[in-house]
Every structure is written in C-alpha cells, then in structure tokens.
Design a protein around this ligand. Structure first.
Ligand code: IVH
Length: 682
C-alpha cells in the first residue's frame, strides 16, 4: 500500500465508522452488524498504527480511551450552571404556569421534557469540534472531564451538517442505562468492590475515574437538553434543540410543546407510568418556557431560571402489613433478613416479600411485626421497606431483635468490622452454606455439571452422600441407583416421587467425570472463595499459573496483581489458612482436576506481532521485563534495545526514563501500555 492509498483508506474508514457510530449510538438505528463494524475498526487501528501521521483527531479508535487524568482541572463556566426549582406537587406546577402567564402577559408556549437522572455536563464545541466537557461542580466552576467524555460514543467529537455557531456550549446529562448498571455491579461484586447504589452514582463515579480506558467500558450515554448563550440559529428552545439534532447531537425525542395545564399534565401522567419501560432512569419532567424573549422577561433567581420548573415523580409505593421476617443464609454465610408481607400490588406486580437488607436498616426503620409499612420499588428489582406508619402500630408490638445465632445451624453469628452483614462462621458445618457451595461448584460458569441441576444437589446432600465438592468425585453407581426424590405438590400437580434409574445415574456420573477437563481459572472460581468471582479467578490463574503458586503468595504479592485489592487478598489468605480447604484441594487434585494453566507449546506462539520491533522499558504490573521479552519473541516480535526510527512500539511501564519517551514521541514510535500489549497478543 502506498502512502497515498493508506491516507485515503484511513479517511474513508474514519468517515464510514463515525457514520455507523452515529447511527448506532445517536439514532439507535444501526445498518451494519457489530462484527462488520469491529472488522473495519481493526483495519483502521492497524493502518493508524503504521501511518500515525494520517490518523484523524476524531478517529473512532480514540473512543476506547487510554489517557490518564491524575486530577481534574477546574474550569469556570462561561454561563453558570444553574439548577431547577423542584416540586412534587401538581398544585405548584399550576402555580408556576399561572405566574409565568401573568408576568409575560401574553400567550405562552411550554416545552415538556424528561428529567434525566444522571450527572450534568456542559460540552463546548468550537468550529464543530468538541473541545471541552465540564461537570457542574458548584455551578460556577466544575471539573474538566474532557478525556473521559470523549469515550462516550453518543457524543460527537466532530459535528455533522452546517449552521452551528462557531463556538457554543450544549448541556445535558450523562447517564448509565439500567442494563449497563446491572452489568457493572455484578462485576464489582465479583471483584469485591462495593456495588453502586443506583445508575446515577455509577455514572458519576465513572466520569471521575482517572483511567479513560476504564470509562470507555462503562457504557455511559448522554442526553442533551439545553443551550445557553445568544448566538443560536432560532429564537426559541424547541427549534434550536431540533436543529442541534441535525448536527449529530443526541437530543432526545421525548419532548412536547404544550399550551395548557391539561396538556402538561397529560405529558406528566403518561411518563409517570411509561418511565418503567425506558431503559434508563428519569426522576421527573421538566417544563420550560419556549420563547427566549419570554425567558428573558421572566429572568433568574440566584439558583435557577424563573422560566422552568422540574416536577419530580414520587417513587412508586404501596402500603401493606409486615407479617414476619425470615433470615436466609447465603453460600458465604451472610444473613439476609427478608420481610413477609400481606400481598399487595406495586408497579404492576404482586409483592409478597421485600428485602430488609441488614440489621442496621431494621434498627433505623424500627419496623415491628404487625406494622403497616411502605414498600417501594426503586431502581432495584427487589422491593424494599422504606417506612412505617406509626399511627397504625398495633399495641404491644415489640422491637425486632436481630437473630444472634444462625437459623440453620445455631452457631453464634459474627460481624466483621466495616461489614453490614452478620455472618454465620460455621463454614464447614452449616447446611445452607455447604449446599450453596456445592450448587456454586456445579453451576454452569464453574464446573458446569448440568446433570446435577434441578435440586439433585439437595437430594445428595440430604441423603448425606456429599458434603463438599470432592465427595462428588467419589460417588459410585450403587450410591445413586434407586435414590428417591420427591417433587412437592404444585398448583394443579400432585406430589410425585421419582427414583433414579440407570440412565439418570449414568448421566450424573458422566457429567462429573467430564468436569475434570474444566480449565484452571474456572476450577478456581468453582471453589467459591469469597470475592473471587469469575474475573478475579481468571486474573489470579493467569498471573500465578497454578494453585500451588497462588497458595504460596503473601499479602504483598497478592495486592501487587492488577485489580486485586486488600479485601480479595485477605479472603484468599483466610481460605488457604484453613486445613479443611487444603484437604479439599488435595482431594480434588487426586481426582485430577486442573489446578494449573495448560502448558502451551512454547513454539506455538500466535505470530501476531508479525515481526514488529519492540523496546521494553520501565517497571510493569503483571510481568517482569524478561517475561515480557519472552512473550514478544514467542508471538513473533523482535526485542530491540533502544528506540530508533525502525522501532515499531515502545512498551512502556512505570518509571521509564523521560529521554526514551521523548525520543519515541519525536520519531512517531507508538507507545503502548502493558494492557495494550497483552491485548495485541491475546
Ligand atoms: S434544563 C437552566 N432539562 O436536572 C436550566 N435539566 O435539578 C438547565 N436535568 O441541572 C437545566 N433533565 O442536571 C434541564 N430535560 C432537562 C433535564 C435537566 C435533567 C437535570 C440538570 C439540572 C437538574 C436540576
């Protein structure tokens, strides 16, 4: 490929991929498959690596982040970032409308919009290019989070069309969809990090991260709803926002022009119900005066414009009676109190049970058996009790004292410092914990023994055939044949008894036998060590290579591993301290489960580096320099000692000499991190 050809191809791919991004993230109307998109993106990445001089500033490859911000620069807003006056009362909305009409003294047109529940952001565009993104901060000055915001794919780095002001700001809300939120929290629970309470906190936390490559993975989105300033094409809010849509900006369609109180209340009423079907959270409706001339007549208070108001939705609540509290014991021994309620209809479903989270929440609510309670469905799927109607408290209702012994095994409960949950410490003898661990062990993502699904673990446990995972591998045909299982009566079905026939038994034994082929990372996950979820298990397995090396690691060695924090390290040390766990691992080893990474044939490298000349410099998180050099060779790259015009990459760690870096930058040698390198040879 000649230089000119490369330049053309880079330009064509950049334009095409930006168009696809716009269709996917702004219009939600993609025209190519993700697979095709990725293929083209990779082609562009390759070309940009070889011809960095032709890469565009708004290249879609830049959306994956990579730049680190140590601390965010404070920026003064050109127009202060005001908030809105809020109300939960429809009467106050009527008062607002009447006040506006009276002040203006003529017909007023309102625009109703959704109130997005996220983090406010101001985006500054100059000559069609995104130059700055600033958070609200204290309204006068905010944080410059441009690097992170550039990873949000629905925010155009370069505007489309024409007619936009040379310099202008557009404001909106950065949000996280409920789907991205749930995914993120699941991951955090696996890695032992505190889950976020709601999508707004998650969006806000993500926006403030130092590593933009991490932000890029969080699935943030942005809705735009306001342009301050005077140099706009139209003299009213609605038309300007509609115009901004043509510039590729994501101005949502959930907007309506309204003239009367009834029209405004129709909008509110509709979205109060329909918000459940939106993929993201809204917390109300914003009502704005459309005409700029009228807005000016109305003016501002110190905190908010007089031409707008936010009507906030109440969270959906139901009132019912608390009948009793159950205490559930999880696989790790954590006790969860669950309220049994008189069935009540809430947001379209019948609710009979609600979470009471932990002892502190029960004490704070001072909820008692027989109390009339308020149940709410927040962002979470499981409803929760949020309050008590004290006026209806039955006489003699006594304070709930949280259980002090395990409801399943009677062991005294403990609570570790900084933990919200009480826990049963009897890991080795508490039936629901043992059963929970077995169920986890055979689950799909762990050892995947699906022939042991549908309550069979329960049966084997109750018949005292298995107590821990190693016992599964000792099961024989005669242990299982003829075992009887009773299915309890259900609606329309009588109780039935089934006894294990030959076929079932063979299936079970086969499933167990095959599971010895499961690779080490999943075996490690299957052990059910606290805070060692799938992702963490994979990291540990890759880093240490075998359970023996992992077991020898001390606290310092463990926390040196990327993304392994103190909680995980302590939990691992605890686990390996217990003789019963060491014994379990030994028994599983005797049954030939995989406790080390598969040996890859040293000559079977990926060849992915394709002869690239690489300089390794600095200190790395996961590998030593020598290990990295070995990986380079193995994958078809060449190790070179110093940076020159012929170097393809500088693999840079911490504390690398500045001279080397400058030289690489001067010569246009691409500087890559350890993570990027690992991705290249993946
Ligand atoms: S307009 C000067 N429109 O709610 C008025 N704000 O509680 C600028 N918000 O600061 C704001 N959705 O962060 C506007 N459709 C919408 C909104 C919205 C959410 C946020 C915004 C604002 C806060 C006020």
């Amino acid at each position: 490929m000649t230089d000119a050809e490369a330049k053309n191809r880079i330009e064509a791919l950049t334009t095409e991929l930006n168009e696809h991004n716009y269709r996917y993230y702004v219009l939600s109307a993609p025209v190519i498959s993700d697979y095709e998109f990725d293929k083209k993106l990779r082609e562009l990445e390759e070309l940009e690596k070889r011809y960095p001089q032709y890469a565009f500033e708004d290249s879609p490859t830049k959306r994956v982040g990579g730049d680190i911000t140590k601390s965010f620069k404070q920026v003064v807003h050109q127009y202060p970032m005001l908030s809105l006056s809020n109300t939960y009362s429809k009467q106050e909305v009527v008062d607002f409308i009447n006040r506006v009409k009276k002040t203006v003294g003529e017909d007023v047109e309102f625009v109703c919009e959704l109130k997005y529940d996220g983090v406010a952001i101001g985006l500054k565009y100059e000559n069609g290019k995104l130059v700055q993104a600033v958070t609200r901060g204290d309204g006068v000055r905010g944080d410059d989070v441009t690097t992170n915001v550039k990873t949000i794919r629905s925010i155009p780095l370069k505007l489309r069309g024409s007619g936009y002001p040379e310099s202008f700001e557009i404001r909106g809300e950065i949000i996280m969809s409920r789907q991205s939120f749930n995914r993120l929290n699941k991951l955090r629970e696996e890695t032992g990090e505190m889950p976020f309470a709601n999508p707004r906190n998650a969006a806000s936390g993500s926006l403030k991260m130092q590593d933009s490559a991490e932000v890029a993975k969080r699935g943030l989105d942005c809705f735009l709803y306001y342009m301050p300033g005077k140099n706009l094409p139209f003299d009213n809010h609605y038309d300007n926002m509609t115009e901004a849509r043509k510039w590729g900006l994501k101005v949502p369609n959930y907007m309506a022009k309204c003239k009367t109180v009834d029209e405004i209340f129709d909008f509110i009423g509709y979205w109060d119900k329909a918000r459940r079907d939106l993929p993201f959270d809204i917390d109300g409706v914003v009502i704005k005066v459309n005409s700029f001339r009228q807005q000016e007549l109305l003016g501002y208070t110190a905190k908010s414009p007089r031409w707008a108001i936010a009507y906030k939705f109440k969270a959906e609540q139901a009132v019912t009676t608390l009948r009793s509290i159950d205490y559930q014991v999880g696989r790790t021994g954590a006790i969860t109190p669950v309220a049994n309620l008189d069935p009540v209809l809430l947001a379209g479903t019948v609710v009979k049970r609600a979470s009471l989270h932990n002892a502190d929440i029960i004490a704070k609510l001072d909820v008692r058996i027989g109390d009339t309670v308020y149940v709410e469905k927040g962002g979470e799927i499981i409803p929760k009790i949020v309050g008590v109607d004290l006026s209806k408290r039955p006489p003699g209702a006594v304070k709930i004292s949280f259980i002090s012994v395990c409801p399943a095994c009677g062991t005294k409960l403990v609570r570790e410092e900084g933990e919200a949950a009480w826990r049963c410490p009897n890991e080795e003898g508490c039936p629901p914990q043992l059963k929970g661990k077995l169920e986890h062990f055979v689950s799909r993502r762990a050892m995947n023994i699906d022939s042991l699904g549908e309550g069979k673990i329960d049966l084997l446990f109750d018949k005292e055939l298995v107590r821990n995972p190693a016992d599964l591998y000792d099961l024989t045909f005669s242990d299982l044949i003829g075992l009887e299982k009773t299915y309890p009566a259900e609606e329309g079905k009588k109780e039935r008894k089934v006894s294990f026939q030959e076929k079932t038994v063979e299936n079970i034994l086969n499933g167990i036998k095959q599971s010895v082929e499961v690779p080490f990372p999943r075996v490690l996950f299957a052990l059910g060590i606290r805070y060692v979820g799938e992702t963490v298990a994979k990291k540990l397995a890759l880093h240490f290579g075998s359970i023996d090396r992992l077991m020898q690691a001390d606290f310092e060695t463990l926390i040196e591993v990327n993304e392994i924090g103190e909680r995980i390290a302590e939990s691992l040390l605890d686990y390996f301290k217990k003789p019963s766990n060491i014994h379990l691992i030994q028994r599983l080893k005797d049954h030939h489960l995989k406790f080390e990474m598969e040996q890859v044939d040293d000559n079977a490298g990926t060849g992915k580096l394709n002869g690239a000349a690489i300089v390794v410099s600095g200190v790395f998180k996961n590998f030593s320099r020598d290990e990295l050099k070995a990986l380079i060779e193995k994958n078809g790259g060449r190790n070179v000692a110093s940076v020159s015009g012929k170097t393809d990459y500088l693999l840079a760690g911490e504390n690398m000499g500045p001279a080397k870096k400058q030289k690489a930058e001067r010569l246009g040698v691409r500087i890559i991190t350890e993570e990027e390198f690992l991705k290249m040879i993946e």
